[in-house]
Design a protein around this ligand. Structure first.
Ligand SMILES: NC(=O)c1ccc[n+]([C@@H]2O[C@H](COP(=O)([O-])OP(=O)(O)OC[C@H]3O[C@@H](n4cnc5c(N)ncnc54)[C@H](O)[C@@H]3O)[C@@H](O)[C@H]2O)c1
Ligand SMILES: [Zn+2]
Ligand SMILES: [Zn+2]
Length: 385
């Protein structure tokens, strides 16, 4: 079938919305029609080269090139057609996508760590996770990758059943898209990695889509003080609406505030979720973390950032933990349903996170708004087309 998507032809180019050819789903796959797709900053990292690899380099390793590629990994959709042998999904099912494909049987999935599934680890290599071949093709017949094996910036896409999670049909599809990446990544950073407890003091550095999820994770897990750090005034204000008790513009200001609030003890945990983590950001975040506390690196860094400098003696003797996380260390098959309950209970604010909705054709405008600090989360609403 012919359908439309935002395609990246190479690193550094703009998203190009165009028609492409989509094959029917094969065994273990489904054709889905997207309802909504979130503008996560990770897609911007793929576009600007922070997280992508030139085709020539992929080819040196004997792998297919990343470009051209359909973007988007955060989305909600309706199943249109199930491929051969698919029993767990049928036409009409409502789903959210998972940017980590979850096989359900590897060592990691079997021990409650779906987020580091062996199958999920291959999502940057183009081709279907089922058999490595392609369902997506450019209008002139070339193979077309689909980001994270999802390709949410497309009216229709074909995905493995490992890349989707079913949700109840009565739930509104637009806000549910956030349960695909922004919420699990941010919320899980606070709950699973920082292990926020009642009464904690938590700092969240960078309160865009992911950081706002972290603020909510800290609030719902009972943090008493939540300090949002963001240079953008709009973000400082918006964070207060999601549970931050204080907002500041820099880690220096956060350090002064924490010294006052905690009598010099500093924060029980710090979630680091700015647009991009640089080498210097790590020491700044660690210096806000109390002795015995945890600093969680959630934001992405550039492929070229290979080393960081930290005060090592202080790190060791103050017994600190510095941890990374993918998807907030969430298990999509368990946690998506849990998040829908928090949403329905009025605890998890999703609708409020969607500052603006865009047509697929206006995707570059959406990312410009994100870079200008004007939106908490932008969403492509496919019903606008
Ligand atoms: N670990 C994962 O699994 C995972 C998953 C999704 C996204 N991410 C990453 O998380 C990061 C945030 O993504 P997002 O979609 O929320 O982006 P976003 O653009 O919505 O938000 C980033 C925020 O950081 C702020 N910021 C920029 N520089 C800052 C600084 N020096 N100090 C404090 N704040 C600063 C911006 O003003 C903005 O509000 C990105 O790097 C993204 O790639 C990681
Ligand atoms: Zn994302
Ligand atoms: Zn697995």
């Amino acid at each position: 079938m012919k359908t439309r998507a935002a395609i990246l032809h190479d690193m550094g180019q703009q998203w190009s919305v165009e028609e492409f050819e989509l094959d029917p789903p094969k065994a273990g796959e489904v054709l889905i029609e997207m309802a909504a797709a979130g503008l996560c900053h990770s897609d911007e990292h793929i576009r600007n080269g922070d997280m992508s690899v030139p085709n020539e380099v992929m080819e040196q390793f004997g792998l297919p090139g990343m470009f051209p590629m359909i973007g988007g990994h955060e989305g909600s959709a309706v199943v249109v057609e199930a491929g051969e042998g698919v029993t767990e999904f049928a036409a009409g099912d409502h789903v959210v996508t998972s940017f980590v494909a979850v096989c359900g049987t590897c060592r990691w999935c079997s021990s409650g760590m779906e987020y580091i599934c062996d199958m999920g680890a291959q999502v940057m290599i183009p081709g279907m996770p089922t058999d490595g071949t392609f369902r997506h093709h450019t209008a002139d017949g070339r193979n077309l990758g689909h980001l994270s094996k999802v390709g949410a910036f497309s009216k229709h896409t074909v995905v493995s059943t490992d890349s989707i999670v079913k949700i109840e049909p009565h739930l509104p599809l637009l806000p549910m898209a956030l349960l695909s990446c922004g919420i699990p990544t941010g919320y899980g950073s606070a709950e699973n990695r920082a292990k926020v407890k009642t009464g904690d003091t938590v700092v969240v550095i960078g309160v865009g889509g992911i950081g706002t999820g972290a603020v909510q994770g800290a609030r719902i897990n009972g943090a008493a003080q939540i300090i949002a750090v963001d240079p953008v005034e709009f973000k400082q204000k918006s964070a207060l609406g999601f549970g931050a008790t204080h907002s500041v513009s820099s880690t220096e200001e956060a350090a002064d505030l924490l010294r006052d609030l905690t009598r010099g003890v500093m924060a029980d945990s710090v979630v680091v979720s700015p647009s991009l983590i640089s080498g210097d950001d790590v020491q700044a975040a660690l210096s806000l973390t109390r002795k015995g506390g945890t600093c969680v690196l959630t934001g992405m860094t550039a492929t070229t950032t290979n080393s960081i400098a930290i005060n090592l003696q202080e790190f060791i003797l103050w017994n600190k933990s510095l941890v990374g996380t993918v998807l907030g260390s969430c298990n999509p098959r368990v946690d998506v349903a849990r998040f829908t309950k928090l949403y329905e209970a009025g605890l998890l604010q999703l609708d409020e996170m969607i500052t603006r909705r865009y047509r697929l054709d206006d995707i570059n405008e959406g990312y410009r708004d994100q870079l200008n600090g004007e939106i908490v989360r932008g969403i492509i609403d496919f019903s606008l087309d």
